[in-house]
Design a protein around this ligand. Structure first.
Ligand code: ADP
Length: 494
């Protein structure tokens, strides 16, 4: 590495402070891995109502945030560190925008002023960087919430000496969410109406934050190589495929890592008994523990199949539901952990009610149970319609719980299909998003469990050996930072 960069990392959610999805996991782990590589990283996020001020340190003074037609707003700032590191994280405190029970929505209804809330976060991060005299080499924005930062960097802050060296990176964690708003937000953003064009911020006479970010960022990344390819097609592009294609010269797929200190059967504090590659006996204890938890018959000889995730279309819950009557004809047990769409909550609850000897369901969010499911199951279902990276299949590998996945996005990049002739692979994979393709692959996995136990055990071992570390990802981000910094330096001569 040629030298550490000063990185301003901005995200709307960061583990362990606030989380609704994979973005928070990345924002909590990647900055630490970048710091280990020698970068000086500071993280900025909102101080949501759920984050106790008492546990944070107050930064003296007020932070002025210019909000165009809304005038200048004044925020408080708090600081802390990412656990297990000395990476500083700053919290933007502004009651009117962030003193609410949800992060983006309440009762499944998005806050009507999400445009102002996240323009505010984006500008506050830039203003804070100025106040701290941080002068970043890299500003790393994440998803639509902070996607206006690259736009601001190139417009409102283009001649600001505090950002003279700043190159911008925008990471897309899920293209499905883009930040579409009424065009009046341009006046709050203060970037000038000349940027309200279809090749920058405009879409259907409204403003699209992510579209603007993609136009202006020096590099755009997404969280797997396969997803980087997919989002350039109509099936996965959510209307932005052409725009992304136009900018594909600066698009890179960098696979997320996972935190093996949290997700490893050798050290996991939540599971009934530890186990690892050299001694799998603890996994049997975890299996019976899980069967007891869900009041299923305690049997060692039946494949126990798990699902953890948001009950939304993306996760393939429709596919699972559509073949459930066929799955139940096999001698299997299933456990479901999740919440989301009401029909799915009803469906999986009722299923457990009707088939108490075969199905267990827990509706809600339960981290401890998630660990126990990973540890106790034999197979893990992830038939996603799209999956930017996906974490659960990677956790499953580490726990020797073989994933049954659709080969899309990060699932394609992390799961190798079983090859019965060579014994290679770490899971079971299908491609067509059809009930038959999914069912056939799951029944194949069940067949291998019953009739090819040696093959199944080999797959388990292959799976448990696989590693997807943040250090590896941080090395690739470092190369990217080097590249965009160099380009930024050369801009002086343009
Ligand atoms: P996404 O970000 O699309 O929701 P990922 O697989 O990338 O999907 O990450 C989901 C994360 O949230 C994982 O850490 C998973 O274990 C966790 N998770 C999802 N639903 C639940 C739940 N109901 N209870 C506990 N953990 C959950």
């Amino acid at each position: 590495m040629n030298g550490g960069k000063k990185v301003l990392f901005v995200a709307s959610e960061v583990v362990p402070f606030a989380k609704t999805g994979g973005l928070a996991d990345v924002a909590g782990a990647l900055p630490k891995a970048l710091a280990r590589m020698g970068h000086e990283v500071i993280v900025v996020m909102p101080r949501y109502y759920s984050i106790d001020k008492g546990s944070l340190k107050h930064v003296p003074g007020e932070l002025g945030v210019p909000m165009g037609s809304m005038g200048e707003l004044w925020a408080g700032v708090y600081e802390s560190v990412l656990p297990g590191s000395d990476v500083k994280i700053y919290f933007i405190d502004y009651e009117h925008f962030f003193g609410r029970s949800g992060l983006y929505a309440e009762n499944n209804v998005s806050y009507a002023d999400n445009d102002n809330r996240f323009i505010f976060l984006s500008k506050a991060a830039m203003q804070l960087s100025k106040k701290l005299r941080f002068q970043p080499d890299i500003i790393h924005a994440n998803d639509w919430h902070t996607a206006t930062i690259p736009v601001l960097r190139n417009t409102r802050y283009v001649f600001d000496p505090d950002f003279a060296n700043a190159a911008t990176v925008l990471t897309i964690h899920n293209l499905h969410y883009q930040g579409h708003f009424y065009k009046g937000a341009i006046d709050v953003l203060e970037v000038g109406w000349e940027h309200f064009t279809p090749d920058e911020l405009e879409e259907f006479d409204g403003i699209n934050f992510l579209k603007g970010g993609i136009s202006h960022a020096d590099a755009v990344t997404t969280v797997s190589r396969q997803y980087a390819r997919e989002i350039q097609t109509p099936e996965f592009g959510w209307g932005l495929e052409q725009h992304i294609k136009t900018h594909s010269h600066k698009l890179y797929g960098i696979l997320n890592g996972v935190d093996y200190e949290e997700w490893s059967p050798a050290v996991d504090p939540f599971i009934a008994k530890h186990f690892d590659l050299d001694d799998l006996s603890g996994k049997k204890v975890c299996k019976s523990d899980l069967q007891e938890e869900f009041k299923l018959p305690v049997r060692e000889d039946v494949p126990l199949i798990g699902f953890i995730g948001r009950f939304v279309d993306q996760k393939g819950i429709g596919l699972i539901a559509s073949v459930m009557h066929r799955i139940l004809k096999m001698d299997v047990q299933l456990v479901f952990l999740g919440s989301g769409e009401k029909w799915a909550e009803g469906f999986f609850s009722e299923l457990a009610g009707r088939h108490p000897d075969k199905v267990g369901t827990y509706i809600g969010y339960n981290n401890t149970l998630a660990h126990r499911i990973e540890a106790g199951c034999d197979l893990f279902l992830m038939p996603s319609l799209f999956e930017p990276c996906g974490l659960n299949q990677i956790y499953s590998l580490r726990y020797g719980t073989l994933p049954v996945v659709r080969g899309t996005g990060g699932l394609e990049d992390t799961i190798d299909n079983y090859n019965p002739y060579t014994g290679e692979g770490n899971g079971f994979k299908f491609y067509e998003a059809s009930p038959d393709a999914f069912f056939n692959t799951l029944s194949w996995a069940v067949d291998v469990y019953y009739n090819d136990p040696e093959g199944f055990e080999n797959l388990r071992k292959n799976a448990m050996k696989a590693r997807f570390s943040w250090d590896e990802a941080a090395e690739i981000y470092t190369e990217l930072y080097e590249m965009v910094s160099l380009k930024q330096a050369m801009k002086r001569y343009q």
